[in-house]
Ligand binder design. Structure first.
Ligand code: CA
Length: 232
């Protein structure tokens, strides 16, 4: 039996971007369907639910955010949104409505493929919840043992620092918004205390030996949040 193809739906009204996305994904062996407006995208996705959706936020017939809401009524499939540079509040809103990640236009093929792979890997992890170990080059995070190692040496973190790192590790490779981190680590009543986050990210970076100017692990997504990932 041949394994089923991983299917991706692209909802984007700019033909050049659609062609670029389609060609890059087909080359990697993905099955691809495309739609140039929201209604068609929703229709083809509900007729044959794909494994992942790439969604432009600026569509001619509907706001991309409403498309996310509509998908989230019936599906938890990964959604990667496409947005223009400088639309940080749009990205944050899309992530808070349930999008999994975003790409800022213009983006490269390697960036696109990395985001797609990470999003699909998270779907696999959800199905296999035993997997609790994360590895980012020399940084290892074991959520069952609550253990953090850098180059094989255990790093001693405070509970808050650990919770912050764990929240980022659980979404490895994907952006986590500031609000989500504040809620996860400090609770729902944490309010808008972004400075907490900055201070603790700084402490965490010091302890794991990450240089904010040349990060290896924790990447700042300006105006949106943080992303923990391995770079190679
Ligand atoms: Ca558009």
């Amino acid at each position: 039996m041949t394994p089923r193809k991983t299917n991706i739906v692209i909802i984007e009204d700019e033909p050049e971007i659609t062609r670029f996305l389609e060609a890059s994904l087909i080359k990697q062996g993905y099955g691809v369907k495309t739609a140039s407006d929201a209604r068609t995208g929703i229709k083809i996705s509900s007729a044959h639910p794909p494994d992942l959706v790439i969604l432009d936020l600026g569509l001619p017939d509907m706001d991309g955010k409403d498309v996310i809401k509509s998908f989230r009524e019936w599906s938890s499939m990964p959604i990667i949104v496409l947005s223009a540079r400088g639309q940080d509040s749009e990205k944050v809103a899309a992530l808070e409505l349930g999008a999994d990640d975003y790409l800022t236009k213009p983006f490269s093929t390697p960036e696109l493929l990395a985001r797609v792979k990470v999003a699909l890997r998270h779907t696999m992890r959800k199905e296999n919840t035993e997997e609790q170990k994360y590895s980012f080059k020399a940084l290892k995070v074991d959520l069952l043992k609550r253990q953090v190692l850098v180059k094989g040496k255990e790093v001693s973190l405070t509970p808050t620092e650990y919770d912050l790192l764990a929240a980022l590790a659980r979404k490895e490779g994907q952006v986590v918004t500031q609000t989500e981190l504040l809620h996860t680590v400090w609770g729902k009543n944490s309010g808008e205390q972004d400075h907490y986050l900055r201070i603790y990210v700084q402490k965490l970076r010091q302890k794991i030996g990450d240089d904010p100017l040349h990060p290896q692990y924790i990447f700042t997504e300006p105006g949106v949040g943080y992303r923990l990932m391995s770079t190679d």
